[in-house]
Design a protein around this ligand. Structure first.
Ligand SMILES: [Ca+2]
Length: 520
């Protein structure tokens, strides 16, 4: 076992022991180290240097090989040939990475998932990028705002930059509502919570989908209470895909799940459920079922990503040619400041392991290609005939296919400008306007939460709090009426006792650190 590995295990004995035993210690003395030479192939004249890239959740398609035209194009431009790797079929991405870390067999650059970045940083296995980024990835360095780099620095114990963050300067998620349904029931866009409830009642009772059946689901959500953030938003609850987030309540950084705002939101949602204004299958809905309901013109109001409306909208129009979607402004209610939760920066995107230090300049050169605005067209459309076709002089993206090679994408920096371009490139002009109008509404209501970029490290030792399991249980049982609302107070006490107080202290210490960077 290598020194690094021994240190890692002693730092966090509970972590990854099984994985280490399974994969890490088979090589005898020094078995944990990467063999010399790997990652250090200095490109002999004209031959591109190989860089292994690991990315999970690639979607449909097969991994490209060395002769792939996309790989070749990038290699010609950068001198770097990317070797794309992903999670084996059926395997859990976070577990795959944990095994790689434990066996010290990481690629040259990878996208962490499930908090593994903190494991690596704590173990000393992450490469500090502060000096390397300006030198080898000037576009990455200058296109990502200083504020985002500060959040990354505050997430490490020694203030170094150990990863390239995702940056999203417009709110990516939004409350949405069917405008054609509003028109059909003869009402207007709701301004207050009471208006909204009245509208949902009309959706329930007035057959806005016109099939003569009372089959409308005025609003809906998914299992574990996910994707119904619009209902929590009314009460100023910081919420991200059904997980309570961290924001300033009562002058301090706190878990939104235990606030009076959350109590009020749950009481409201419980009422919607009792009146069948909230889909009574909400806590059973898997993603595909939820999507089918929206596609089949059964849902009036929901919460999701405006940028990925295309398939849903096309499906709706099959039976509802007048279908039209608008952004729902967060309805106002006395005593609360509603908002759409925005997380913009600090989430981890790319990381280079220390074991791949020798190849880091090449990995960064590769990354920089994707952040260089001069390559935006290629990054968006890839290769003609594979990733796009040209129709009437316009590039159109082709659908993904299991037999087609995947084009590596490494850029994750979205601004209003780049979103506008992406929407214009992928939607018909009238649809593009619809989508950008939704962004306009949600942008007005969106607020970056104080906990944006907080590292998962604050949860260390308290996996049940990190997974929000306890919250989800209380939420579901109270909303469906199995438990009274008073049980929420029991949840607050239980959450604090079972580690919540410790996590809150750590979160507040992190927040103080971020403030210090900001004032510099
Ligand atoms: Ca109907």
């Amino acid at each position: 076992m290598s020194k690094r590995m021994r240190k890692a295990l002693s730092v966090s004995a509970s972590m990854l022991v099984a994985a280490a035993l399974a994969a890490g210690c088979s090589g005898g003395a020094g078995g944990g180290e990467k063999p010399q030479g790997q990652g250090g192939e200095e490109g002999a004249s004209g031959t591109p240097v190989k860089v292994e890239v690991f990315k999970s959740h690639l979607g449909k398609g097969k991994l490209p090989d060395s002769n792939d035209p996309h790989v070749r194009y990038v290699a010609e431009k950068t001198g770097v040939e990317y070797v794309l790797q992903t999670t084996p079929p059926g395997a859990d991405p976070a577990e795959t990475l944990n095994v790689m870390i434990a066996s010290n067999d990481l690629p040259d650059i990878f996208r962490p998932i499930g908090g593994v970045e903190q494991t690596l940083i704590q173990q000393g296995g992450a490469l500090a990028l502060d000096e390397l980024l300006p030198k080898y990835a000037p576009n990455v360095w200058s296109n990502i705002p200083k504020e985002a780099w500060d959040i990354v620095r505050a997430a490490s114990p020694d203030g170094h930059i150990y990863y390239v963050p995702k940056v999203y300067t417009i709110p990516e998620r939004a409350p949405m509502i069917r405008k054609d349904w509003i028109d059909k029931v003869g009402l207007s866009v709701p301004e207050t919570k009471d208006d909204y409830v009245k509208l949902l009642e009309a959706f329930r009772d007035k057959d806005p989908n016109g099939n003569g059946k009372a089959d409308e689901l005025p609003t809906t959500g998914r299992e574990f209470g996910k994707w119904m953030d619009h209902l929590f938003a009314i009460y100023g609850v910081a919420m991200w895909e059904g997980n309570p987030e961290w924001d300033i309540y009562d002058g301090k950084l706190q878990y939104a799940g235990i606030t009076p705002n959350m109590r009020a939101a749950i009481e409201f949602i419980r009422d919607l459920y009792a009146k069948k204004l909230l889909d009574n299958e909400t806590f059973l809905n898997k993603g595909d079922v939820w999507q089918a309901k929206i596609n089949n013109n059964l849902v009036g109001s929901w919460y999701h990503l405006p940028a990925s409306l295309k398939d849903k909208y096309n499906a709706m129009k099959q039976t509802a040619p007048d279908a039209y979607i608008i952004g729902l402004p967060v309805p106002k209610v006395d005593g609360f400041q509603g908002f759409v939760t925005q997380k913009s920066m600090g989430e981890v995107e790319w990381m280079i392991p220390k074991s791949a230090e020798k190849n880091a300049p090449n990995a960064l050169k590769l990354l920089d290609f994707f952040y260089d605005k001069a390559n935006a067209e290629f990054v968006q459309f890839g290769i003609e005939g594979v990733h796009h076709e040209v129709v009437n002089g316009q590039k159109k993206l082709l659908p993904a296919d299991d037999n087609k090679p995947i084009a590596l994408g490494m850029l994750n920096l979205t601004t209003r400008e780049s979103m506008e371009k992406r929407i214009a490139d992928t939607y018909e002009p009238d649809e593009a306007k619809m989508v950008m109008d939704i962004f306009d509404v949600s942008t007005k209501d969106a607020r970056r939460i104080a906990g944006d970029g907080m590292p998962s490290l604050v949860y260390e030792g308290f996996p049940d709090i990190q997974s929000h399991k306890m919250f989800q249980q209380y939420l579901a049982k109270i909303v469906i009426g199995e438990w009274p609302i008073e049980k929420f107070d029991e949840f607050v006490t239980l959450w604090k006792k079972s580690g919540g107080d410790t996590v809150t202290e750590r979160a507040q210490a992190w927040y103080d650190k971020v403030q210090q960077y900001r004032s510099k």
